[in-house]
Design a protein around this ligand. Structure first.
Ligand SMILES: NC(=[NH2+])NCCC[C@H](N)C(=O)O
Length: 314
């Protein structure tokens, strides 16, 4: 044996091993209790923008509002009425507190964030007069502990209402004027990573988002505007066991937003007031329908689904 006057201890192995949990397992502990993989499961938390200074003065044509003037106090009251329905039902209502003063469309929160089981995908609006709204949504999400998985970047365009959950493993994402190929690919990457199959839908030339054309009522029933939804998408929904209800009135779908409702829980929805034919069809099919007057919000060419970003369902 060599005489070793200077024996040096071996370098020890690693002692601090990584915590090998998934993001979904961790989210509650390090962020908050958020996550969505359904358009209908029990509504637990939402993000909304109560119209602030931005609604007081704008050029309707530039921001894609109708030219009837908005009653500022009434739009705020109607927005509060909707929020109260959610909170009375037991959902937590969070707000985007700050916003640019030149962005009246910021009330349409769904367009700015698409929520997944692991957190939010932050949108990048297609319309120039909306770009930048998302910065204040990011601020609000960070404050309440909703992780932001990606912020649509590069040459991508994507708005949250171009996504629709079918079930935990299935999502429809639509391209058109509010979501281009690059935005679509960025969303698809995130969803596929979570084990979600993405079905592509093409928006008709006359429509910007999915929610005015097709909206799930429960986990096996969906309302569609048949004339504007692609065959392949409906075929997929039927094969997954969905019953298809066809909206009976084009006027209601297009003018009074009969398809733009919010499910509080499966088979129980809040519908914009003034859609009698749609309401009758839904009730005949056993749907519990509550209505709310959103005449002022409608002047922004959007309705209930558009103003409600889901943060937690089920
Ligand atoms: N999810 C919706 N359908 N949003 C409607 C948004 C309407 C808004 N004026 C816009 O053009 O962006």
């Amino acid at each position: 044996m060599l005489e070793n006057k200077f024996d040096i201890d071996a370098i020890p192995g690693e002692r601090w091993f990584p915590k090998e949990t998934t993001f979904t397992e961790d989210i509650k502990e390090y962020w908050g209790d958020y996550g969505v993989c359904s358009e209908v499961d029990t509504l637990k938390a939402v993000l909304m923008r109560r119209p602030g200074k931005e609604i007081e003065n704008f050029n309707a044509e530039e921001v894609r509002f109708s030219d009837e003037p908005v009653d500022v106090e009434l739009i705020r009251k109607q927005h509060d009425d909707v929020a109260k329905i959610y909170s009375d039902f037991g959902a937590k209502v969070f707000y985007v507190d700050e916003q640019r003063e030149d962005r009246p469309n910021a009330v349409f929160c769904r367009d700015l964030v698409f929520m997944t089981p692991e957190g939010a995908i932050l949108a990048r609006p297609g319309m120039a007069a909306r770009r930048g709204e998302e910065r204040y949504v990011a601020q609000a999400l960070a404050k309440i502990g909703v992780p932001i998985l990606t912020s649509i970047a590069g040459d991508g365009i994507f708005e949250g209402a171009c996504g629709m959950w079918v079930d935990r493993h299935t999502c429809v994402v639509s391209t058109g004027s509010r979501c281009n190929k690059s935005g679509y690919d960025q969303v698809k990457y995130q969803l596929e990573r979570m084990g979600v199959e993405v079905y592509h839908m093409q928006q008709p030339y006359s429509n910007i988002h999915i929610d005015g054309l097709m909206n799930p009522i429960s986990n096996d029933m969906v309302l569609i505007h048949a004339g504007q939804v692609p065959y392949d998408i409906i075929d997929m929904l039927k094969k997954k066991g969905y019953k298809i209800l066809e909206a009976p009135s084009r006027t209601e779908v297009r003018e009074t937003f009969g398809c733009n409702f919010v499910a509080l829980e499966p088979g129980h929805i809040v519908l914009p007031d003034g859609n009698p034919r749609t309401q009758e069809l839904l009730e005949q099919n056993g749907v519990k329908v509550e209505t709310v007057d959103i005449s002022e919000i409608r002047k922004g060419k959007g309705a209930l689904h558009c103003i409600t970003a889901y943060l937690k369902r089920g």
